[in-house]
Design a protein around this ligand. Structure first.
Ligand SMILES: Nc1nc2c(ncn2[C@@H]2O[C@H](COP(=O)(O)OP(=O)(O)OP(=O)(O)O)[C@@H](O)[C@H]2O)c(=O)[nH]1
Ligand SMILES: [Mg+2]
Length: 294
C-alpha cells in the first residue's frame, strides 16, 4: 500500500465521520456541524462554510471540490520540511510530547530519514523516567545505525543532555535528536524539567535547540490544542509532527492547530514502521479528509 493510500485509508475514519458525501449541497448548517465534530474548530469551520456557501455548489460533488480546495489553502502554509542547517554542528532537535504520542518512534523514523541523506545522526535517550525507554531507543539506534547517548534510569535528564551534546560535538555528529519522557501538559514540575533541558542545551550551544518539535497523537483530537499551548509555553516550539493519522476520526484537528498556532507540520505518522513517516502535503491531506466516496 502506498503511503497516500495509507493516509487515505487512515483518514477514512475522519472522512466517514465528516460524511460530507451524505449531505445536501445546500445544507450549510449541517456541514458546519460535521466539521466541528471532526475537531476542525469553530472558527475554521465557520470560515470554510462561508467559502463553500459563496461558491453556490450545484451538487454535492461541487461542494466537495470547493471544500477540498479551501482546506488545502488553510493547510498549505503548514507543509514544510525540517529546515536542517548543516552549519549548525550538531543541529540539535528537541522532541517533546505527552505520554505515548509517538516521540521515540518518530525519532527512529527521522533518524532513518536523515541517515539516508548521508548525515551522521545520533539520539539522546533523555527519557530517564520510563523503564524500557532507553532500550526502545537503542533498538531504533540499531535499526538505523545511529549511536545513542544514554545514562541510567532515574538519572537527571538535563545532565545527560549536557554530556551527550558535548560528546556529539566532539564526535562530529551532524544531527542530534533528543528523546524526552512523555509528560502531561498540566504537570508543572515535569514541564519545568523541559525548560531545564532547554537551558542546558543553550549552555552547550546558545543557538539551540535548532528545532523544538512537539509530537502529537492525532487520535486525541481537541486536546491537541492545549498540548500545543502548554508545551509551547515551556519550550518554544518550531514545528509539529502528527502521528497515528492512520486510524483517527479526529484528523480535522490539524486545521484548527494551523489556524491557532501557525506552526509547520514537518511530517505525519501513518503507521508504526520505519517508513511510515511522510512529508505533510496539504492537497493530499485535504483530499483524504473530504473523502472520495459517495
Ligand atoms: N498506528 C500508529 N502507531 C504509531 C505511530 N507512531 C507511533 N505509534 C505507536 O504508538 C505507540 C507509542 O509510541 P512511542 O514512540 O513509544 O511513543 P512515546 O511518545 O515515545 O511514548 P512515551 O515515551 O511512553 O511517552 C507505539 O506502539 C508506536 O508503535 C503512527 O504514526 N501510527
Ligand atoms: Mg518514548
Amino acid at each position: 500500500m502506498s503511503w497516500l493510500d495509507r493516509l487515505k485509508s487512515g483518514l477514512k475514519k475522519t472522512a466517514t465521520a465528516l460524511g460530507v458525501s451524505r449531505l445536501d449541497a445546500n445544507d450549510f448548517e449541517r456541514l458546519e456541524e460535521v466539521l466541528i465534530q471532526a475537531d476542525v474548530g469553530y472558527e475554521t469551520a465557520a470560515a470554510l462554510v462561508q467559502q463553500v456557501r459563496q461558491a453556490r455548489p450545484a451538487d454535492i460533488n461541487a461542494l466537495k471540490n470547493v471544500l477540498k480546495n479551501e482546506i488545502e489553502q488553510v493547510l498549505a502554509p503548514a507543509a514544510k520540511q525540517i529546515p536542517f542547517d548543516k552549519t549548525r554542528k550538531p543541529f540539535i532537535v528537541l522532541v517533546t510530547g505527552v505520554n505515548g504520542a509517538g516521540k521515540t518512534t518518530t525519532i527512529g523514523k527521522l533518524g532513518a530519514f536523515f541517515k539516508a541523506q548521508g548525515l551522521r545522526v545520533s539520539f539522546v535517550a533523555a527519557d530517564t523516567f520510563r523503564a524500557g525507554a532507553v532500550l526502545q531507543l537503542k533498538q531504533w539506534g540499531e535499526r538505523t545505525g545511529c549511536p545513542v547517548y544514554t545514562t541510567n534510569q532515574g538519572a537527571d535528564a538535563a545532565g545527560l543532555v549536557f554530556d551527550a551534546l558535548r560528546q556529539a560535538k566532539a564526535a562530529g555528529d551532524d544531527i542530534v535528536l533528543i528523546d524526552t519522557a512523555g509528560r502531561l501538559q498540566n504537570k508543572v514540575g515535569l514541564m519545568d524539567e523541559l525548560k531545564k533541558i532547554r537551558r542546558v542545551i543553550q549552555k552547550v550551544d546558545p543557538s539551540g535547540p535548532h528545532e523544538s518539535i512537539l509530537v502529537l497523537d492525532a487520535t486525541v483530537g481537541q486536546n491537541a490544542v492545549s498540548q500545543v499551548s502548554a508545551f509551547g509555553a515551556a519550550v518554544p516550539l518550531t514545528g509539529l509532527i502528527v502521528t497515528k493519522l492512520d486510524g483517527t476520526a479526529k484528523g480535522g484537528v490539524l486545521l484548527q492547530l494551523n489556524t491557532r498556532f501557525r506552526l509547520p507540520v514537518y511530517a505525519v505518522g501513518v503507521g508504526e514502521g520505519i517508513d511510515d513517516l511522510h512529508a505533510f502535503t496539504a492537497a493530499e491531506f485535504a483530499e483524504s479528509l473530504v473523502g472520495d466516496e459517495a
